[in-house]
Design a protein around this ligand. Structure first.
Ligand code: AKG
Ligand code: FE2
Length: 156
């Protein structure tokens, strides 16, 4: 769980509350107060999500995307600040047990939908995100390439 507090800022256009990122986890359940700030990146544009104190925003993260073999996509999002009102949000991250292998069900893999990502466990992806945090890059793609390189080396 993460509690975010974004103080107001005299020059909000010069800063970001939380930079653009994909959540690496499976699902994120987000609760916001009544101040807007959350934005998602769709079709090359940032869209503000209206805050609703009585609702949760559920975000698909990279682990869920891998588990569903890319059928649902994780979403690039960020939080911006404003010059009048501080904002608070609460993010509850769901992630797999540490020894569970993230592998899509066979039903989601066939000739037209080949495996997009090699098997991995959550702690390995977590370590990758902690060591190589690169805002706005596609973390899952970069992680997947590393898995493929490691896999190839193991067979050399
Ligand atoms: O504060 C927000 O609305 C977003 C926070 C967020 O994306 C996160 O904590 O991962
Ligand atoms: Fe997030």
């Amino acid at each position: 769980m993460r509690l975010n507090y974004y103080p107001s800022c005299l020059k909000p256009e010069l800063t970001l509350g939380t930079g653009p990122h994909y959540d690496p986890t499976s699902l994120t359940v987000l609760h916001q107060d009544c101040v807007s700030g959350l934005q998602v990146f769709v079709d090359n544009e940032w869209y503000s999500i209206n805050p609703n104190f009585n609702a949760f925003v559920v975000n698909i993260g990279d682990t869920f995307m891998a588990l569903l073999n890319g059928r649902y996509k994780s979403c690039l999002h960020r939080a911006v600040v404003n010059n009048t009102t501080p904002r608070k949000s609460l993010a509850f991250f769901l992630c797999p047990d540490k020894d569970k292998v993230v592998c899509p069900p066979t039903k989601l893999v066939d000739y037209n939908n080949p495996r997009l990502y090699l098997d991995f466990t959550w702690p390995v992806l977590l370590e990758f995100t902690q060591k190589h945090h690169r805002a706005e890059t596609n973390t899952l793609q970069a992680f997947s390439m590393l898995l493929q390189e490691n896999n190839a080396e193991a067979y050399e």
